[in-house]
Design a protein around this ligand. Structure first.
Ligand SMILES: [Zn+2]
Length: 176
């Protein structure tokens, strides 16, 4: 790190502390040439992938949008905003840790469904019915029945199991 005063590259760290809940390390450095002090910050490189939308446009991964989707699905359900906030963070982290530079909006939908499945099945069906665009009420009912038939003790194992319903086409949006 170059000294901002004399441009020397030789310096020593005199103090180092975490800030912003561990996301940033702040270092006080002392230049070995001019002996003046300066501060540097170190943080993890922003790794958020770009989201490719259905129409091909790209936008930044937006945690607020994920949270808004969760809130909508969980309307009038006994789930605290804090819980949804934690879920949104978990989804965002998972998508970042995949290390992809671009992801489809579909991947976000799948991640949200996997979390909702574990969290609240009414919210899950509500989200899935809109997201999956069930073609008719029968499809929706069979998914609902599938949920009711499943053994809750196995819920975690099945959370990521994909539904058989295909995306797209005309839809009759059923509300749960
Ligand atoms: Zn210096």
């Amino acid at each position: 790190m170059q000294c901002p005063h004399c441009e020397s590259l030789d310096n020593k760290v005199v103090d180092s502390r975490l800030s912003q809940e561990g996301a940033v390390i702040r270092r006080r450095r002392e230049c070995l040439k001019c002996e003046r002090r300066f501060t540097t910050y170190e943080r993890v490189e922003e790794m958020s992938p770009m989201v490719i939308k259905k129409d091909g446009r790209r936008e930044h991964l937006d945690r607020q949008k994920i949270l808004a989707g969760l809130k909508k699905a969980c309307e009038k359900r006994p789930i605290s905003v804090d819980t949804l906030d934690a879920v949104a963070t978990r989804i965002e982290k998972k998508l970042q840790e995949n290390g992809e530079t671009e992801i489809s909006s579909r991947a976000i939908g799948e991640a949200v469904m996997a979390e909702l499945y574990r969290l609240d099945q009414v919210a899950y069906v509500r989200f899935a019915s809109v997201y999956r665009e069930f073609k008719d009420l029968n499809q929706f009912m069979s998914e609902l029945k599938g949920l009711l038939d499943r053994d809750p003790s196995n819920a975690d194992d099945r959370a990521a199991r994909p539904l058989t319903v295909k995306e797209g086409g005309s839809s009759t949006k059923a509300s749960a």
